[in-house]
Design a protein around this ligand. Structure first.
Ligand code: SF4
Length: 297
């Protein structure tokens, strides 16, 4: 569980993600999700880093109060105590900020520095597990790399597990150990990083993969992109059977009627697709259904 980077990609529906994936992690952390929700003591084990570092820090609070508040709420240190001040300074240094920044307000920082403050706050209670809701999407590319490197270093140092919600697949490939792909609030594929990028089995994962640019113009020109037809349906009124069937190029009659099980197709590789098997029956290219962008539009 520790030192783990699970990344969730695909259709963003954080509420459903909360129900589906957090319960899974609660079980892993405590063995009892209900107990974790109701009791106070296990809560510090789970923390959150939000997407927008400009909106998620209270502009009227100093950095010292923002980072130290969880320690006061959980009665680890008393407000105004020397221990609290020392711990806040320690956390700021841990995330690469100067300890003297504790007296400043959020508007005095850049986006990358604010995200570091968010990370310091998330780490203040020594969590085992942090949900990172697209923590780099609001940052410049160069700053994104700094924040990701910091998160990886902290993982090495502290042994924390991340559930990293992201849409940038090249970044996902760089940071993840295991990847969960969701479509319309449902998990459709879960496996380790290499297998997901080298040999994806769900048609939705294959289309996502084909959209990742290759930094080689010759290779990029030869690639086939699988562009899905239509728009994602409303999660409030999902399609019957497999929720992906209105857009799936491989859909068969059964797909509109029967919900596919989320099952193990290979060791450690889970897929929710009627056609998924070890022989590649659920491969869009193998089935010859889509050969070019022109054919699918
Ligand atoms: S179950 Fe059917 S519709 Fe769903 S992904 Fe598989 S082939 Fe496509």
């Amino acid at each position: 569980m520790r030192r783990y980077f699970l990344v969730k990609v695909g259709q963003s529906l954080l509420l459903l993600l909360g129900v589906l994936v957090l319960v899974f992690f609660m079980l892993r952390l405590t063995g009892d999700p209900a107990r974790l929700m109701l009791s106070r003591s296990p809560r510090p084990k789970m923390q959150m880093i939000f997407q927008d570092p400009y909106a998620s820090l209270n502009p009227r609070h100093t950095v010292a109060k923002i980072v130290g508040e969880p320690l006061v709420i959980h009665r680890i240190h008393r407000r105004g105590s020397r221990e609290l001040k020392r711990r806040v300074e320690e956390l700021l240094e841990l995330v690469g900020l100067d300890a003297t920044y504790a007296r400043r307000f959020p508007h005095e920082f850049s986006g990358g520095q604010r995200q570091r403050i968010m990370i310091a706050r998330a780490l203040s209670l020594n969590p085992s597990f942090i949900v990172c809701d697209e923590p780099i999407s609001a940052l410049d590319v160069s700053i994104q790399a700094q924040v990701i490197n910091l998160m990886q270093d902290l993982q090495e140092q502290l042994g924390v597990a991340y559930l990293f919600i992201a849409h940038d697949l090249s970044m996902v490939k760089h940071i993840s150990h295991r990847i969960a792909v969701m479509y319309l609030g449902k998990l459709v594929e879960l496996t380790d990083r290499n297998r997901l990028f080298d040999d994806p089995l769900h048609p939705y994962t294959q289309s996502l993969n084909s959209a990742v640019p290759v930094p080689n113009p010759r290779l990029e020109a030869r690639r086939t992109r699988f562009i899905l037809k239509g728009e994602p349906p409303s999660p409030a009124n999902p399609p019957t059977g497999c929720v992906f069937h209105p857009r799936c190029p491989l859909a068969i009659d059964e797909c509109a009627r029967v919900v596919p099980d989320f099952r193990v197709v290979r060791p450690g590789h889970y897929v929710a697709c009627h056609l998924a098997d070890d022989k590649g029956t659920s491969k869009i290219c193998d089935a010859g259904v889509l050969a070019s962008e022109a054919e699918v539009q």
